[in-house]
Design a protein around this ligand. Sequence first.
Ligand SMILES: *[C@@H]1O[C@H](CO)[C@@H](O)[C@H](O)[C@H]1NC(C)=O
Ligand SMILES: *[C@@H]1O[C@H](CO)[C@@H](O)[C@H](O)[C@H]1NC(C)=O
Ligand SMILES: *[C@@H]1O[C@H](CO)[C@@H](O)[C@H](O)[C@H]1NC(C)=O
Ligand SMILES: *[C@@H]1O[C@H](CO)[C@@H](O)[C@H](O)[C@H]1NC(C)=O
Ligand SMILES: *[C@@H]1O[C@H](CO)[C@@H](O)[C@H](O)[C@H]1NC(C)=O
Length: 466
Amino acid sequence: MTRKMHGDALLFFSLLVLSDAMPSGKVGVNYGLLGNNLPSAGQSIESLRAMKAGSVKLYDANPEILRLLAGTDIRVSIMVPNYEIISIATNQTSANKWVEDNVLAYHPETMIRTILVGNEVLSYCSDEGKRIWNHLVLAMRRIKISLRAQDIRNIKVGTPLAMDVLQTAFPPSTGIFRSDISTTVMVPLLKFLNSTKSFFFIDVYPYFPWSANPININLDFALFQSNIKYTDPGSGLVYTNLLDQMLDSLVFAMAKLGFHSIRLSIAETGWPNAGDIGETGASIYNAATYNRNLVTKMTGRPQIGTPARPGLFIPAFIFSLYDENQKTGPGTERHWGLLHPNGTSIYQIDLTGKRASSDYEPLPATQNDMPYEGKSWCVAAPDVNLTELERALNFACSKGNGTCEALTPGKECYEPLSVIWHASFAFSSYWAKFRSQGANCYFNGLAVQTTRNPSRGLCQFPSVTI
Ligand SMILES: *[C@@H]1O[C@H](CO)[C@@H](O)[C@H](O)[C@H]1NC(C)=O
Ligand SMILES: *[C@@H]1O[C@H](CO)[C@@H](O)[C@H](O)[C@H]1NC(C)=O
Ligand SMILES: *[C@@H]1O[C@H](CO)[C@@H](O)[C@H](O)[C@H]1NC(C)=O
Ligand SMILES: *[C@@H]1O[C@H](CO)[C@@H](O)[C@H](O)[C@H]1NC(C)=O
Ligand SMILES: *[C@@H]1O[C@H](CO)[C@@H](O)[C@H](O)[C@H]1NC(C)=O
């Protein structure tokens, strides 16, 4: 089928697929471990059970977690790390050994149902990254061969990709894969997924296109609660939310390569519950709204599906179980969690979709749905370790370009001679100078943003305009 895909044709393909045995209808959770303050594996599994997660997705094959999941009814997705792909692709013995060590050791007591080979492999465009692209499908085939040799037939093999595999995503009917991967990687990948009846696993975040363009995209359209109806001029299909548009752009991209019935699975989705000043819309209110409405959509009976594939079940994993404080980048990166690192919930959520929205306690109002415009400074966070703060101060000042010139004896910011004052100036100065090169106001949690000008007297703190 070429550019235009008619609703009936798609519905027909969807019905074909519906007859397949379907996995659990509950929503799953990604269990990331990039925090130095997270509860034990045992406590985490208790939390997953308490929130009635249908499945859990790991970013490796952590032996302790896999052992503790034995005997539970939680389905498990494990991952082959990117750096093991080439050795597995080139050596069946390596593949067999990986399956022995990470699957056979726990299966079937632990309900491993998915092996994901790599994580967003096609988003890494370095030479080494591209070498992995060329081995991706080979590695997936070898893992599948190992499973078959062990007569294991209830584990799917897939690979989670990011939306950047698409060259065009909007309107959905124009969806097309990037030309650098289309024939070399996507065609063999889709052939593999189609012939093994696996899923196209996608990390899909309406938050990103919305937050990049919050003026032109309606927030409620991203949060599944607008009355907007958008008609795709190419397909005539009508969209009521951003997630459906993003998912269908993949459906159309696959169709253009001749694959009409590979099922989608959402490997990651979610909404940040907090972020930096200027990270529009990152709030508990919006995160709870997005994830609750997502669960309602994904657990609806009959299944809702998307406009291109009505009625089709889409397994989904929310990102993420915890706020993870060791993730780098902007503040939102560390605030995707359903739970605080101490295990308490950031907001209530029922992953079975049975709880009515009126049964939840009221949420704190959101303050940052419109882009913030103004100045911001970066200062020492309250109650931090002074030894570490001094180390961060020295780091910021070592970057040169006059970052800390005003802090030298006799200069305007030298007094008061305190680590907190000096660090606050140095953080603001460093951030203002190097933000355009990707510097953040974070310093491992030692720094926070403020919109209150910390300058005193002659000492003027450099600011960043957001
Ligand atoms: C294949 O992998 C196995 C186990 O990891 C290793 O012992 C063997 O040397 C490898 N073979 C080749 C040709 O690299
Ligand atoms: C996908 O798989 C189905 C069923 O196995 C098969 O009939 C179809 O030809 C495959 N499609 C492609 C494009 O290979
Ligand atoms: C858990 O952590 C959150 C965020 O730091 C805090 O607000 C809450 O009071 C903590 N709860 C408990 C029981 O420690
Ligand atoms: C502060 O950090 C240093 C270096 O990381 C560490 O050795 C020290 O124990 C910490 N002090 C306190 C009070 O936590
Ligand atoms: C730092 O200083 C060098 C040399 O003066 C200059 O080339 C560079 O652009 C400066 N970088 C920033 C971020 O100001």
